[in-house]
Design a protein around this ligand. Structure first.
Ligand code: PRP
Length: 207
């Protein structure tokens, strides 16, 4: 498993807006959208491309496109706030959905929806979820993707806890993690510290 931290002044400023408890829900959503662009940009840096002939208004030229457009998988609810930006940058992407709610007491993910293609053996997958806390939700999602033979998986998140990263590593899925920050750790309620609170609630209001 490879972990990549997007270390960029613009990412740091957007993350600060998201962390700040005074930030309103609309401003939080806007910062998440913009930060997602930077995360997707980094995540796709090494994506294979193919060339094809085009004609500019002036001359023949060589065009470039992604060799294999990815499947984007937002983890509901919080990942929904990342999908619009991701699909506008990668317009040929397909989109799948996984719905999970973390139990407040046990911190275990409870699945409530899943809509994914059956065979992902030839499709790069990008999972979108702003938070990696205990890692339970992400490991659940990666297990689902593995049953569909996904072999090329990148996880995009905004803040990750070391505990969540350790859980991903222990799960054995050969993924790449791209995050804007690795925070200090989890508190007794399994919230990321300092984190940004609950990314679902801060976008959409409490469940
Ligand atoms: C949050 C977050 C992740 C998960 C992270 O979602 O968006 O999906 O918890 O926690 P974990 O790493 O310990 O599993 P939540 O279940 O609160 O649902 P929501 O997105 O609907 O708010």
């Amino acid at each position: 498993m490879r972990t990549q931290i997007v270390d960029h002044p613009l990412a740091a400023a957007l993350l600060t807006t998201m962390r700040d408890a005074r930030t309103s829900n609309p401003t939080f959503r806007a910062a998440l959208r913009d930060l997602t662009a930077l995360l997707v940009y980094e995540a796709m840096r090494e994506a294979p491309v193919e060339t094809f002939p085009i004609t500019t208004p002036v001359a023949a030229a060589e065009g470039t496109r992604l060799a294999a457009p990815p499947l984007l998988v937002p983890v509901l609810r919080a990942g929904l706030g990342m999908v619009e930006t991701a699909e506008s940058l990668v317009p040929d992407a397909r989109i799948g959905f996984v719905g999970l709610a973390r139990d407040e007491k046990t911190h275990q993910p409870t699945p409530y929806m899943e809509s994914l293609p059956d065979d992902l053996s030839d499709t790069p997958v990008i999972v979108l979820d702003p938070m990696l806390a205990t890692g339970g939700s992400m490991v659940y999602t990666l297990d689902l993707l593995a049953t569909r033979n996904a072999r090329d998986i990148t996880v995009l998140c905004v803040v990750a806890a070391p505990e969540g990263i350790a859980a991903l590593r222990k799960s054995g899925h050969p993924i790449r993690l791209v995050t804007a920050s690795v925070d200090r750790g989890l508190n007794s309620e399994a919230f990321i510290v300092p984190g940004l609170g609950d990314a679902g609630d801060r976008q959409f209001g409490p469940r």
